[in-house]
Design a protein around this ligand. Structure first.
Ligand SMILES: Nc1ncnc2c1ncn2[C@@H]1O[C@H](COP(=O)(O)OP(=O)(O)OP(=O)(O)O)[C@@H](O)[C@H]1O
Ligand SMILES: [Mg+2]
Length: 256
């Protein structure tokens, strides 16, 4: 019987519909200011893509910071468990998952069979997250998906001393005013995210294989900086943002 997983994150809402181990459809849309509405629209669209009705679903599992507001969910499960399950589905040999979203970054350590043994999260601050990169892209006047591209062209990196998004934004504005190349500033920003993330990885202990999930894994400069820093080769799935919703749909399958 089909099940759905729904992940309401701070920036994006995802729905994945599965039948046994097979993905029938998935949707990614902005959460916006009304997470309940975003959830309903994402679910409607995913059902439409899979040619199903809500009554065809055996179980709906919600995750993400907005999971409480999903009243059509049968169960709510933490993002840690769901991302771990999603990553395990993509590659059962994964032992470390790095999820960087809009406002959270988390590192999860897995044992065999995708079981969570430990995790570490950033404190309540957007430093080192997707939101940080969005603010910096704006300050550098480049599109978010161009940030990695310009950073990859840099021969050097400008060191960014502020970790806090607000202070780092002023620092970037002042570095631009001093005439420092945007490429080098972008590279410095990516290195600072990698440093912060590596700190979280070291808190739980690094074990390969390592998979990155969440929207920030679409930024190849962050992945490259982390690979360099940790001397590893991170796996990035083709649609990394849906890991949480995928895990939720799989957990619903196991339980239904
Ligand atoms: N094409 C892209 N290139 C680079 N970065 C991207 C791209 N698309 C999304 N991102 C990054 O992904 C982030 C959003 O990630 P994601 O969708 O996983 O967040 P979320 O799950 O809503 O947040 P959270 O889990 O923290 O609540 C954005 O802030 C942005 O930095
Ligand atoms: Mg998320």
């Amino acid at each position: 019987m089909p099940t759905a997983g729904i992940d309401i994150g701070s920036l994006t809402a995802e729905v994945v519909i599965m039948d046994k181990e097979r993905v029938l459809s998935y949707v990614i849309r902005p959460t916006g200011s009304n997470s309940k509405k975003a959830a309903e629209l994402a679910m409607e669209e995913a059902l439409h893509k899979a040619a199903l009705r809500i009554s065809d679903l055996n179980k709906v599992v919600a995750t993400g910071y907005g999971r409480i507001s999903i009243d059509f969910a049968d169960q709510r499960i933490t993002e840690i468990t769901c991302h771990a399950r999603g990553a395990y589905y993509w590659d059962p040999a994964v032992r470390t998952v790095i999820d960087i979203g809009g406002q959270d970054s988390k590192v999860i350590r897995l044992a065999e069979y995708g079981r969570v043994i430990d995790f570490a999260m950033n404190d309540k601050c957007s430093a080192g997250t997707g939101r940080f990169l969005e603010v910096m892209a704006q300050a550098l006047e480049v599109e978010l998906d161009q940030l990695a591209l310009i950073s990859n062209r840099a021969l050097n990196a400008v060191s960014i001393s502020s970790m806090c998004t607000v202070f780092a934004e002023s620092e970037v504005v002042s570095l631009i005013a001093q005439g420092l190349p945007r490429e080098e500033i972008a590279r410095g920003l990516h290195l600072s995210i990698a440093d912060r993330t590596a700190g979280l990885v070291n808190r739980v202990g690094l074990e390969e294989k390592v998979m990155m999930t969440g929207g920030v894994s679409l930024n190849s400069a962050v992945v490259a900086a982390l690979n360099e820093k940790l001397k590893i080769r991170i796996i990035v799935p083709s649609v990394p943002q849906i890991a949480g919703a995928l895990g939720a749909a799989l957990l619903a399958q196991e339980d239904s």
